[in-house]
Design a protein around this ligand. Sequence first.
Ligand code: SF4
Length: 350
Amino acid sequence: MTSTTEPPIQLTPLLGMTLARLQQVAAEAGLPRFAASQIAKWLYDKRVTSIDEMTNLSKAARASLAATYCVGRRAPLAEARSTDGTVKYLFEGVGSRNVEAVYIPDHDRATLCVSSQAGCRMNCSFCMTGRQGFHGNLSAADIINQVLSIPESLSLTNIVFMGMGEPTDNLPAVLSAIEILTSPWGLAWSPKRITVSSIGKLQPLRELLDLTRVHIAISVHSPFSEERAGLMPVERPYPLTEVIRLLRSYDFSHQRRLSFEYIMWRGLNDDLRHADALARLMKGLDCRVNLIRFHAIPDSPLRPSPTDRMEAFRDRLNSLGIIATIRASRGEDIMAACGMLAGARREPSA
Ligand code: SF4
């Protein structure tokens, strides 16, 4: 007689579920509607790691939930600490790729840069994530787990969706994560503490603008279409001029902030004519420009712009009425700086 082993039952994480989804779960488990709010409080306020800790649910209710669900919290698999205090955490991702989140302490701010996808399909030529191709979307559970499962979670002041992946290419999960972060039944954060970075896919960007109040950061990197297309293939289907046209129909004068990200490369996009063209594009928009130092990545001819050129570029933008700052570089020694996140290949389990 051959003995067969039952495959382990795959439990569904409760983490990452919105209140509406938890209400469905409660109804399916025969629990009263208010049980959904109780579960949300255990998940996002009390931050429990097991259903058994949800002690205001009856024992029978907990047993019924635990047959199908788990909390879904997963600790980081590894961490790397920079000399400047930045910490890069490796989390289980999707398919064969793990993902990274970067904790950046800075005086009274503590920011977590979260990933929204394993890899990325946008193929930007300067980005380590883009080079590894696309391996899958993270779920809202995967995103919220990055926020809750780092040791510094309770001290976080800001979250930026600037890690691996293009957030608007995985909008449903990103919207659910934002709802959980900002709802009174979730983490109850102000949307002003959250920034979503995008390369400007028009339709999902419009949805993000309509459905949330988070700050928006748009990756520009060149004001000239042909040059930008060489760096960011997304320029062909979604030209920057169209993205800016869309942004002009929203109010960024208060509550919500608009910024443009501009990585600077030597001899490529650090000329003052670039600054002049940028200023023309952004004329009349309530926005600021973050100038970002490039970190050389292997096998790339791109080189960082020298500091004096970055300063001249910043000063030119400022003189043209565009607020521009050079963003301090963090975590370069642990490959955690902008454009350097690559995750790690997951070894197949035996
Ligand atoms: S820069 Fe952003 S959008 Fe472009 S490939 Fe990298 S992760 Fe994707």
